[in-house]
Design a protein around this ligand. Structure first.
Ligand code: ATP
Ligand code: MG
Length: 576
């Protein structure tokens, strides 16, 4: 779990099981030593952090072994797909730092796939079934009981060919005919029981318009697209393990038709998909959240989407380091979102400039400080990185501090501001609290203190020990900003497990809190959207693109407190 500082250290890390396979294939000279992968999203939604895991292995393997990774849009279902998604997918992959060799669309292979289906029909290995999908499903049997053969299974080849043509000409209503591969209704693998490979969809396709009415199913299109492109390692998630024999069956059929391709063959490998606590990765459900306006959009900072994480303040580096930490295995599980939060904290601890912001302000008046005087105090930008230098923060008689940093009647262990005790104002003076003013309801409206001029940070008198340090900004010099505080999108740890509950009822009603009267130091005047900062003592924040010149908006990426470190310690205690 240690941070990598030396770039060569990566080489010392042990290989994941996919890298082991690739190295073995290379050593054996498989596929002429060529490495080709693909990332195959269906353009029916925005990419999420789970896709980032797939992207890192697909592109990462190609990068590491001098191969190529192509981007292939698996656009075989015109009903759910859209160009909006195509654009966002490209943007997100680039943001993660990858570039594809080529962009392909499964729809570009519709003709080749059609031709292949025709070859299967001609070889007596596919037939047109006129039964409804319900009837077909009923005949599937169970894993322990063989299925029933369709009454159309032995239809003459010429008739199959003619009907297949008709399906594509729009002469066959949706749902009334399908093309099925003729394999084995008694196979122990349910996917071999005459899988449907083509169905009719009348809806126009976002790229091919109304040219096609018969569309290939995923299992048929996927391996074939891999083959047409020359993919060597087709990496996907574990739910496809049971599809692999079918993948291989289609590849065998293709190889029979293409002897000129020699020993070339694509192989499928599966790794564990990423599941994260307190969120969901189903594109269908994420789409529902967006459509029903339960979040502000695909890039709502509470969403597990890549654009949501980006807007929240996550960096590409933090996502890479998270994915490095979780690794690739063959066992499904759920990762604690605290580990993701730990990764961004670790990255921003190194990179983010420290500034002062007061989220819930109350005025502090330094009664013995001259009115009208301003002193510029030096504030170190990042104690982790001297090269980041420092900036100036204005100190004046009237300041803002956090309401919760003052207590009128404080317990002994309260090391912040309370009458009769001293506290340091970060980068400035030690002050002694003298009291406060309350409104008729007992709310604190002003806090008073005196300062000791000898204790300015950096001066000899500054060594005096005080137990607490608090942050502040100058009333006169600070800027008002909006700050959005986020919490988990779902109330429960594994919302995906609750099959009997409407997932919308599991949403955390307190996942967004908007503070509109925050005060930030003047240094933040010229920030740009997505800039990251540490607000001292509070957490990491970034500039939201909703910001306008006179209305800054910040998102809290994560608070400072690292729950992952705690979890890790507890785990260690438990195992020791
Ligand atoms: P849907 O939610 O619509 O079923 P999907 O999650 O399968 O879609 P695709 O667009 O088909 O999304 O996924 C593209 C690639 O990303 C696939 O190879 C898929 O295995 C991988 N992928 C999707 N979700 C995850 C995940 N949670 N963890 C790792 N890889 C994932
Ligand atoms: Mg999919």
């Amino acid at each position: 779990m240690e941070e990598m500082t030396n770039p060569n250290e990566g080489n010392k890390k042990s290989l994941n099981f996919i890298e082991v396979i690739v190295e073995k294939d290379l050593a054996e000279g498989k596929n002429d030593g060529r490495i080709q992968t693909r990332f195959p999203p269906e353009p029916n939604g925005y990419l999420h952090i789970g896709h980032a895991k797939a992207i890192c292995i697909d592109f990462g393997i190609a990068q590491k072994y001098g191969g190529v990774c192509n981007l292939r849009f698996d656009d075989t279902n015109p009903l759910k797909e859209d160009v909006e998604y195509v654009d966002s997918i490209m943007e997100d992959i680039r943001w993660l730092g990858y570039e594809w060799g080529n962009v392909y669309y499964a729809s570009d292979y519709f003709q080749q796939l059609w031709d292949f289906a025709v070859e299967l029909i001609k070889a007596g290995k596919a037939y047109i079934d006129e039964q409804s999908s319900e009837e077909i499903a009923k005949q599937k049997g169970t894993p322990t009981q063989a299925g029933t053969e369709s009454p159309f299974r032995n239809r003459p080849i010429a008739e199959n060919l003619a009907l297949f043509e008709k399906m594509n000409r729009g002469e066959i209503p949706e749902g009334s005919m399908v093309l099925r591969a003729k394999i084995d209704m008694a196979s122990s693998n349910m996917h071999f029981r005459d899988p449907i490979i083509y169905r009719v969809i009348m809806y126009p396709h976002h790229r091919t318009g109304s040219t096609w009415k018969a569309y290939p199913m995923y299992d048929f299109a996927h391996g074939e697209s891999d083959y047409f492109e020359g993919v060597t390692h087709s990496i996907c998630t574990l739910e496809f393990v049971v599809h692999r024999p079918l993948y291989d069956w289609f590849v065998d059929e293709l190889k029979r038709l293409h002897p000129e391709d020699g020993a070339y063959r694509p192989n499928q490998y599966e790794f564990n998909r990423l599941n994260l606590t307190y969120t969901m990765m189903s594109k269908r459900k994420l789409l529902q959240l967006v459509q029903e306006k339960l979040v502000s959009g695909w890039d709502d900072p509470r969403m597990p989407t890549i654009c949501g994480l980006r807007r929240r303040g996550y960096t590409p580096e933090s996502i890479h380091s998270f994915i490095d930490k979780i690794g690739y295995t063959k066992f499904d599980g759920v990762i604690d979102v605290a580990l993701l939060e730990h990764s961004i904290r670790e990255d921003l601890n190194r990179k983010a400039k420290r500034v002062s912001a007061v989220l819930d302000p109350v005025k502090l008046i330094i009664t013995n400080y001259p009115e009208g005087k301003t002193e510029m105090m030096e504030a170190v930008n990042n104690p982790e990185d001297e090269a980041m230098g420092s900036h100036q923060i204005a100190f004046t008689r009237e300041l803002y501090i956090e309401k919760e940093d003052f207590l009128d009647d404080a317990p002994k262990a309260f090391f912040r501001m309370t009458p009769g005790r001293e506290v340091r104002l970060k980068n400035a003076y030690i002050v002694n609290c003298t009291g406060c003013k309350k409104d008729p309801d007992g709310n604190i409206v002003e806090v008073y203190a005196t300062y000791d001029p000898e204790t300015r940070s950096g001066m000899p008198g500054s060594n005096r020990k005080v137990k607490g340090t608090i942050h502040w900004v100058s009333v006169q010099h600070s800027i008002t900003a909006e700050v959005r505080l986020y919490d988990r999108l779902f109330k429960i740890e594994n919302p995906g497990d609750e099959k009997d509950v409407d997932f919308r009822e599991l949403l955390n009603p307190d996942s967004l809190k908007i503070l509109t009267d925050c005060k930030v130091e003047a240094e933040l005047q010229n920030v740009k959207p997505y800039d990251n900062f540490q607000f001292q003592r509070l957490g990491y924040f970034n500039v939201d693109p909703d910001s306008e010149p006179n209305r800054l908006v910040f998102n809290r990426t994560v608070p400072l407190k690292d729950s992952w470190t705690k979890i890790k310690e507890n785990l260690q205690h438990a195992t020791n």
